[in-house]
Design a protein. Structure first.
Lengths: 626, 289
């Protein structure tokens, strides 16, 4: 380890304001404050970006790049010149707020130095920005499209790009009311009218070559598209595609592996098979309309997704004149829901990880029994088991009902009726802890689990931070970084719980982190129960109108979700003080960014282990591909 | 000891296996019989062993807040004054707030004056697009659109069956009272009675004045109208007669065989509507005499 000069040691403790002042002093002319209304952080000259970023990482100690994303500022409003902006949120793993720095480039040349030499976690995020915005990152080792396929025409997140069946820039659509004569989009908006073909394309000679470059870059020197013939592949290494349709990949996810016998020598994750351009949809939507869409990201923990998004928008709303912050009971209900969700998420993650290890469905079915009861609770309170759509800006959908009562409607319906608080108390004090104990007893000392998972899928502490991993993956590598403690939100500061952390960095450590975290969640829930009792009667409803508007500015809301840090970068921009639709809506998806080190973790492992390593990261493709 | 963890795991599996059969013993091998009322225990927090629901012989009833595809509330078909009248005023809030934009509304206009009438001429929901978020019901100022509980909607042809029109969407207020008894009561209390807001307003104004006002009744087309309506909603209103609100019907008993309790053919609906209108005409005639 290199000795750090004492003054530099101080800089690593400096507040954000001090850090910014120091940056401006070190790089005069290259760093300036972002003075736009409602914006924060600094704007860095892109020529100096790499130097500034290195200084931020090395000297100022912002070792964790949480989010890197692009924004296309085109036309109207506060942003007089059209440009594309890269926005970076860097944090310290010792805790504290974000140092936000941005760099601007014009929309034509659109070139920015890559930050992958400093934070490897920028890898996938920069590829995403290239894919969706067309930002060329000089120095990026593998700048290829990531969610779309090679050969896709255009950059879909740019403001002047229009999707198939495009109707108008913003919802609500004019065609729905008052003369809403129903039609299917394919009847009125012909698909072909919205599709732009490159000038030199010959539609009669189309063939899929999108994978050719992936195979070529993979370094085998074999043209895999033309394998066959008499001699076959003259190599002792072979290339294997696992997925996209493979039961072990938890969805439509593909891993391209180079194998030496059973041993993986290199692996590249390929994704995007479930890509639906969630962010573009989000920018067409109003702020309110995005809430149910966030359910569909990580559909195992929709309550957590709701929470992240409303926190981001509430930051913007808080600057407005008429703003009622959420009441205490609202916060209590939110924490209740997200902690139950965390338990569901971890039960699910451990269960499916065991499937990957070969314990086929027996343990996962035991866990699902608990999950069912929790989902019954969600269904009673929020109206849906998985697509909860529960949180609102400054409130929640509704308070807990007194009784969890179902109503007979269909033939053969069997009715249930429980007291809500009694149900919750029994779940939290008895049932869930009992299941966790059982799981612990069943698995922690199980020989097969230990042999299969100890020392497999190793990720070092330095790599875990540098690759921007989050959640159990990060904490399993010995970094005690939990946003509920490091950058607290909601009522977490007053709650008593420990950050689960393990130091061995392998699959077993991740399993142990999840196990401990469930116990901590139960601990939190036990503190929530009395709070639910004494806040009874407090209002929890939101006063955000159906056509509500949001003050202009930017906000980054992040929560510790079951899978890791879920962040929402939301920009409200326009020529008015308040706008109804987000200008930029970006999801910092833990399932996506946690896959960045998959190749590193899998190198040297056996094929059967790769399946389990993927399971130990715990991804949901709805969030990975967005 | 090597293998001890493995044995522990097998014992646990065995325990779960035995628990599954303990329930059978407990209920005298009639665990799944409809005659034995054990669903609350079998699906509750104290349940052990298998928790399977034997669909379709038995189904989990839905809680009140459950949401699956909206329906339009209409006045009961045997309502004395307004049988089958739409509660929807075609203000368009549901269509505007709908995240996937699956609601289409044609507002009706008075042919004589050309002014909008608070009644939808046509109302469509494309249930393939609907994401069951419930915003339409949540933001409707007239309690006129509600989320349904009927999730058994599979059909063979999406192109002809999956755009619901007004007749298909309309369900009586009675139905809403059945599937969501406590919410229906709470909403009625907030409205000031079981009747539609506008109907109550008319009742307060008296029949003659109501006739003049009706065609221009608000449709929330402008901000002023919305504001005016809000002010009105905030104004203190007479509490509903306790008896009127307390009469919320109990859940329909599910003894009927075959059909869903609430399915009724169009003919039957029309018959009930016609009968109610005939009764109304008879009353009017009587009054006239």
């Amino acid at each position: 380890m290199i000795d750090v000069a004492p003054e530099q040691q101080d800089l690593k403790q400096a507040t954000i304001a001090e850090a910014i002042a120091d940056l401006k002093m070190r790089f005069p002319g290259a760093v300036s404050d972002d003075t736009r209304e409602g914006y924060s952080g600094v704007i860095v000259d892109k020529a100096k970006l790499l130097d500034v970023a290195r200084y931020i990482h090395d000297a100022l100690g912002f070792d964790y790049l949480s989010s890197a994303t692009a924004v296309d500022y085109l036309g109207e409003g506060v942003h007089s010149s059209d440009h594309i902006e890269m926005v970076y949120h860097a944090y310290r793993t010792s805790g504290g707020g974000a140092l936000v720095f941005k760099t601007q480039t014009d929309r034509e040349a659109c070139e920015v130095p890559s930050l992958t030499p400093i934070w490897k976690g920028a890898d996938f995020q920069e590829r995403e920005a290239w894919d969706l915005y067309g930002v060329r990152f000089t120095g990026h080792p593998n700048l290829r499209r990531i969610l779309l396929w090679e050969g896709f025409h255009g950059f879909p997140m740019r403001k002047d790009w229009k999707e198939a069946y495009y109707e108008s820039d913003h919802k609500p659509f004019e065609s729905r009311w008052p003369a809403g004569h129903v039609h299917r989009s394919e009847e009125k908006t012909i698909f072909g009218h919205n599709v732009v073909y490159p000038a030199d394309i010959d539609l009669s000679r189309l063939s899929d070559v999108s994978d050719a470059s992936i195979y070529a870059d993979f370094g085998l020197g074999v043209d895999a598209q033309r394998v066959g013939g008499s001699e076959g592949i003259a190599t002792d290494q072979i290339m294997v595609n696992m997925g996209p349709h493979h039961p072990s990949t938890h969805g439509v996810f593909r891993m391209l592996m180079k194998l030496d016998g059973e041993t993986v020598t290199s692996l590249e994750p390929i994704m995007g098979y479930l890509h639906r351009n969630h962010e573009k949809i989000g920018e067409r939507n109003t702020f309110l309309q995005n809430i149910p869409f966030t359910d569909r990201l990580d559909y195992i923990s929709s309550m957590g997704n709701n929470h992240g998004y409303v926190l981001a928008v509430e930051q913007l709303l808080a600057r407005g004149a008429k703003w009622n912050p959420p009441t205490y009971r609202t916060e209590v209900l939110r924490v209740l829901m997200v902690e139950l969700t965390r338990i569901v998420n971890h039960l699910w993650a451990i269960g499916f990880w065991l499937n990957d290890l070969g314990a086929f469905f027996t343990p996962v079915l035991y866990f699902i029994q608990e999950r069912e009861r929790i989902l019954d609770f969600f269904e009673t309170v929020a109206g849906s088991r998985m697509m909860c759509n529960y949180m609102r800006f400054g409130g929640v959908f509704a308070d807990l009902p007194d009784r969890m009562r179902s109503v007979a409607n269909l033939l053969n319906d069997r009715v249930r009726d429980y007291d809500t608080m009694q149900f919750l108390t029994e779940m939290i004090n008895e049932r869930i802890p009992r299941t966790i104990d059982e799981l612990d007893e069943y698995l922690t000392t199980n020989d097969i689990v230990q042999v299969r998972s100890k020392g497999v899928g190793y990720l070092s502490r330095e790599d875990a931070i540098n690759y921007s991993t989050a959640g159990p993956l990060l904490r399993g590598s010995g970094v005690a970084y939990d946003i509920r403690r490091a950058d607290p939100y909601s009522i977490y500061p007053e709650l008593d719980f420990d950050v689960a952390v393990e130091y061995s960095g392998d699959m077993y450590a991740r399993y142990m982190v999840r196990l401990k975290e469930m116990r901590e969640s139960v601990r939190i829930l036990k503190q929530i129960l009395p709070r639910l009792e004494y806040t009874k009667g407090e209002s929890v409803t939101s006063d955000f109108a159906y056509s509500g508007k949001v003050p202009v500015g930017e906000a980054y809301g992040r929560v510790e979700n079951g899978k890791g840090e879920l962040g929402f970068y939301v920009v409200a921009a326009g020529d008015k003080k308040q706008v109804a639709n987000p200008w930029r809506y970006h999801v910092r998806a833990p399932s996506f960014i946690n896959l960045t080190p998959l190749g590193v973790m899998s190198r040297g492992a056996k094929v059967a282990d790769v399946v389990a390593i993927l399971g130990s990261i715990d991804i949901v493709l709805g969030e990975t591909d967005r | 000891m090597t293998g001890s963890g493995f044995i522990k795991g097998m014992l646990l599996t065995l325990r779960h296996f035995i628990q599954t059969y303990l329930d059978d013993l407990r209920y005298g091998f009639k665990k799944y019989s409809p005659a034995v009322d054990n669903f609350n225990e079998r699906q509750g927090t104290r349940a052990e062993g298998a928790f399977t629901v034997q669909y379709p012989e038995e189904k989990l009833a839905m809680p009140e807040r459950f949401r699956f595809i909206p329906f339009l509330v209409v006045e009961d078909y045997d309502h004395p004054d307004r049988p089958g009248k739409d509660w929807c005023t075609s203000c368009g809030i549901c269509a505007k707030v709908c995240p996937p934009q699956c609601i289409w509304i044609v507002r009706s206009n008075d042919p004589a004056t050309g002014r909008p009438v608070p009644e939808p001429e046509a109302f469509f929901i494309d249930i393939d697009i609907c994401m069951n978020c419930g915003f339409c019901a949540e933001y409707c100022p007239f309690d006129a659109i509600k989320m349904d509980h009927d999730y058994e909607l599979a059909s063979y042809d999406r192109t002809t069956n999956h755009i619901f029109d007004k007749p298909k969407l309309s369900k009586e207020l009675k139905y809403w009272k059945t599937i969501a008894p406590t919410r229906a009561v709470a909403e009625a209390q907030a409205r000031g009675g079981w009747d539609h807001k506008d109907a109550q307003k008319e009742a307060r104004r008296g029949p003659k004045k109501a006739e003049e006002v009706a065609p221009t009744a608000p449709s929330a087309a402008t901000r002023e109208e919305v504001r005016a309506r809000k002010a009105e909603a905030d104004a203190p209103k007479p509490a509903p007669a306790p008896t009127a609100v307390a009469e919320a019907p109990k859940s329909a008993s599910n003894t009927a065989e075959g059909a869903k309790p609430w399915t009724e053919s169009e003919d039957e609906k029309e018959k009930r509507k016609a009968a109610a209108l005939a009764r109304k005409a008879a009353r009017a005639a009587k009054r006239g005499e």
